[in-house]
Design a protein around this ligand. Structure first.
Ligand SMILES: [Zn+2]
Length: 277
């Protein structure tokens, strides 16, 4: 899949950020992109001339519109790959698709969208030497994509054990803190969301959220399993949304109830029961 997207980007002459999605659309025979007041974030349909037409919801942020467009382009790419079983690019996809036959097409398309917005070359250029929230934020700005997209794309490039998280809490309600997603670096295969929350709690993230301090970064939280946390908070009504990266402290991870088993971190039963709600 990565090869297919890279091929598409090269074909569309997209060598700099932000990715010129209109150029990608032209390569994929998208004849028209319209922005209008529609209920969905976007959709794609055939134009009866062997091409496609895409509609994108207009009353959204630039980043959201770009993601929606990249997503619809992902559908087109998939569709074209399926239509041409003789192409090498298509065979590769099919092999990939069979392994993950149950994988939701929407998830695959989101993955393609992320790669279009932040191609592999863009990540390797700025990461992992200076892998931090600052770099990721800068990357998101340059790529004109959202911070979550940049985080999800970046985390895979991290060379030390860490995970990215997206938390949401209601102001003044300590117990409302929820993990919306967690993504792990390639040095860890998986970390579950309860584990992430339990681990983060040990660094005082909850206190930090509830106190209503408005820090850009919370660094060097040298407690428990966490070596370092960098996070950014923003308010959305009475909700507080927090994005961040937490680096794991290899030696102390086990003391804090994290056991590493075949690259898999799990909460040791019992130790974090109170926290893992
Ligand atoms: Zn879709």
């Amino acid at each position: 899949m990565e090869q297919a997207v890279t091929y598409l980007l090269v074909k569309s002459k997209c060598h700099v950020l932000p990715t010129d999605l209109d150029a990608v659309a032209r390569s994929l025979r998208v004849s028209k992109i319209t922005y209008g007041k529609i209920a969905a974030e976007g959709f794609v349909e055939s134009d009866n001339l062997g091409g496609y037409q895409i509609s994108i919801r207009i009353d959204r942020s630039l980043q959201r519109r770009r993601f929606s467009l990249a997503h619809e382009l992902g559908h087109v790419l998939l569709n074209r790959m399926m239509d041409r079983p003789d192409a090498a690019i298509s065979r590769q996809y099919r092999a990939h698709a069979q392994v993950a036959a149950k994988l939701d097409e929407e998830a695959i398309v989101d993955y393609i969208a992320g790669m279009l917005l932040l191609p592999p070359w863009a990540l390797t250029r700025s990461l992992p030497e200076s892998f931090s929230m600052q770099t990721v934020t800068q990357l998101a700005r340059t790529a004109e994509c959202s911070l979550p997209t940049a985080l999800i794309r970046s985390i895979w490039q991290a060379t030390s054990d860490c995970f990215a998280f997206h938390l949401r809490a209601t102001r003044g309600r300590e117990n409302s803190l929820r993990v919306l997603w967690v993504r792990t670096s390639r040095s860890i295969d998986h970390i579950d969301s309860l584990c992430a929350l339990a681990t983060l709690k040990s660094t005082g993230v909850i206190r930090w959220v509830v106190d209503g301090i408005d820090p850009r970064y919370c660094q060097d939280c040298d407690e428990g399993a966490i070596d370092r946390v960098q996070a950014m908070a923003r308010d959305d009504g009475d909700q507080r949304i927090i994005y961040g990266i937490a680096w794991l402290h290899r030696t102390r991870a086990s003391q804090a109830g994290l056991t590493r088993d075949k690259h898999l971190y799990q909460v040791t039963r019992g130790q974090n029961e109170g926290a893992a709600k």
